[in-house]
Design a protein. Structure first.
Length: 199
């Protein structure tokens, strides 16, 4: 699958691109905005707001002490795969007080990337439960925070209690190639799920 950006043509006989909606989900400060911003071919739409003293005792900043902003609605980006496929990325808000928006964001999505920081593994359970309950295909992507590469796949899978068919990968939300590989894994998983359901 080629991720080189192209411009969808408007000439007669050109292919109308198929849009695919993908969610980037996970806990607070896990790298959702970073991934969308890194991968988007357009200036990403972000609803980042400054973290104030009102969030003290509500948002856990212990693992991300340098974090100064947080997503309060969504992040949005776009990737043109080729002249037949465009991915639209929607980053979900991580805090529980914004979860009421998830149903709207998930409507029409083909799948999701659940970003995980193994230092705060409990933070990802809500996203995993959400997509499992709605039978929406997802991949678990362990983000490249310090120490996250010290755990093996089986240990992580056991801790997360995810089904064996759910792809588990290591990624770096700051790196384009790593992020693209994560999306390829998700799209392939979603297509395989769709084919199995159709059969």
């Amino acid at each position: 699958m080629d991720f080189a950006p192209t411009s969808p043509g408007t000439r007669a006989g050109s292919i109308t691109p198929t849009p695919l909606k993908i969610l980037v989900a996970g806990g607070f400060g896990v790298g959702k905005t970073t991934m969308v911003s890194t991968l988007s071919e357009i200036p990403p739409l972000s609803t980042e707001q400054a973290i104030t003293e009102l969030s003290e005792g509500v948002d856990d900043l212990s693992a991300v002490p340098d974090k100064r902003t947080t997503t309060v609605a969504m992040d949005f980006g776009r990737i043109t795969i080729d002249n037949s496929l465009i991915l639209y990325l929607f980053g979900t808000p991580g805090q529980s007080r914004f979860w009421f928006m998830w149903d709207e964001l998930a409507s029409g999505a083909v799948g999701a990337v659940v970003l995980v920081d193994l230092r705060r593994i409990d933070d990802c359970f809500a996203a995993i439960d959400y997509f499992e309950n709605r039978r929406l295909p997802f991949v678990v992507a362990v983000n490249g925070f310090p120490g996250n590469d010290e755990f093996g796949a089986e240990a992580v899978r056991e801790a997360l209690v995810v089904d064996p068919d759910v792809p588990l990968i290591w990624t770096d939300a700051r790196d384009v190639e790593s992020g693209r590989a994560t999306l390829v894994s998700l799209v392939e998983h979603a297509l395989a799920r769709a084919a199995a359901t159709a059969a």
